[in-house]
Design a protein around this ligand. Structure first.
Ligand code: B12
Length: 315
């Protein structure tokens, strides 16, 4: 049992609640960690987690906390692991009203974020993302945690035409978390990479992920963000002379190849023009444009550009 015992932070992430909520449930309702190893913080056992899962579910359904806690304390000592989300199996996350966010094969932390998103609990979402970024880094957090939840929200929206408020809140939380990474580790030296969304393109999160990942590896960049008209893009290139431009298109509607052609024809043509995102069609890309297929690949290309410039200036 000792191996499976969890810290308060780990339990909060699995349940998709804030650590402060967990503390309140402990202090007010006695739903605390029961395992005690002398000299260490108390840890939550699977039975504690089962009780807290009941508490979370009942309070989400509108049961008063004191009443929910009474039910939770009476729960059988151990529930099956799939009920607790301990085994990382494929699940859809249900919270209260019966709507679900499928998170594919992503693990319990993604399910916790999906639950928190369903409750519009931005504090819990923010805490969990910040913890994942600090422990796993940007690329892993994006691919293993955030993309599955975002894709699940998109899937549910397509099926139900609902969850727009969830999509907006989740997007804000992700943006804030990436902005915090960028602010915490400002990169000294030139901003050699220009990041922009294609004209009328509003999906900025993958570019924000790229910006945060570049910060982590110490590559400077400028971010123009959403909906950049092609004339403004070319103007920015001419004024700042970036070594690489990443132009993001998420949907076919914003993937006009003339934007890439304009970059290639700019007076200060960048060394590398990257067409990123699922909007672009490989067969319409002008010659000389590179198409990265993942965040990790885009980061590698940017690092390669930075290194080749560093070598040419020092060598
Ligand atoms: C969040 C979101 C929004 C937010 C965006 C907020 C923001 N600041 O970015 C808001 C609410 C603004 C929004 C608006 C719209 N959205 Co939207 N949105 C999404 C959602 C839920 C997540 C987007 C995201 O960040 N995905 C990131 C990952 C999850 O994308 P991915 O495709 O899996 O990534 C692949 C590659 O891109 C690559 N990759 C991933 N990350 C990176 C990073 C880099 C650097 C690289 C190189 C590659 C790479 O790896 C993946 C595997 O191949 C998606 C659902 C989805 N499945 O993506 C819908 C989705 C993209 N939206 C959609 C639509 C239709 C819209 C709207 C038109 C809705 C409307 N009627 O107004 C508008 C578009 C407005 C516009 N002109 O741009 C559709 C697009 C359908 C299509 N293919 O045409 C989707 C797919 C939802 C759906 N199922 O219908 N949206």
């Amino acid at each position: 049992m000792a191996d499976e015992a969890l810290s308060a932070g780990a339990v909060a992430r699995r349940l998709g609640v804030a650590v402060t909520t967990l503390r309140t449930w402990h202090q007010r309702y006695g739903l605390g960690p029961s395992e005690h190893v002398p000299g260490h913080h108390r840890r939550y056992t699977p039975a504690d987690l089962a009780r807290l899962e009941i508490m979370r579910r009942l309070t989400a359904e509108g049961v008063a906390p004191a009443e929910a806690a009474r039910w939770a304390r009476q729960a059988p000592a151990v529930l099956p692991p799939e009920h607790l989300g301990l085994n990382g199996r494929t699940t859809a996350v249900r919270d209260g009203g019966g709507t679900t966010i499928p998170v594919g094969r992503a693990g319990p932390v993604a399910r916790g974020v999906a639950r928190a998103a369903m409750r519009l609990d931005s504090v819990a979402i923010g805490e969990t993302i910040a913890h994942a970024l600090a422990t796993d880094g940007v690329v892993h957090t994006w691919d293993g945690l955030l993309r599955p939840v975002l894709a699940g929200i998109g899937e549910r929206h397509t099926a139900t035409a609902g969850l727009i408020e969830v999509e907006h809140l989740m997007s804000r939380c992700v943006s804030e978390a990436f902005a915090t990474v960028a602010r915490a580790h400002p990169v000294a030296g030139p901003a050699r990479i220009l990041l922009a969304c294609a004209d009328e393109e509003q999906h900025t999160l993958p570019l924000e992920a790229l910006g945060a990942a570049l910060t982590e590896v110490g590559v400077g960049y400028r971010m123009l963000g959403a909906r950049v008209p092609v004339a403004a893009l070319v103007e920015a290139v001419d004024r700042t002379g970036p070594a690489a431009v990443v132009l993001w298109s998420h949907t076919r509607l914003t993937a006009g190849p003339e934007q890439l052609t304009a970059l290639l024809a700019a007076p200060r043509r960048p060394l590398l023009v990257l067409a990123a995102g699922p909007g672009w069609r490989a067969d319409t890309l002008p010659a000389g444009v590179v198409r990265p297929v993942s965040l990790a690949e885009a980061v590698s290309l940017a690092v390669a550009v930075r290194d080749s410039l560093d070598q040419s200036t020092t060598g």
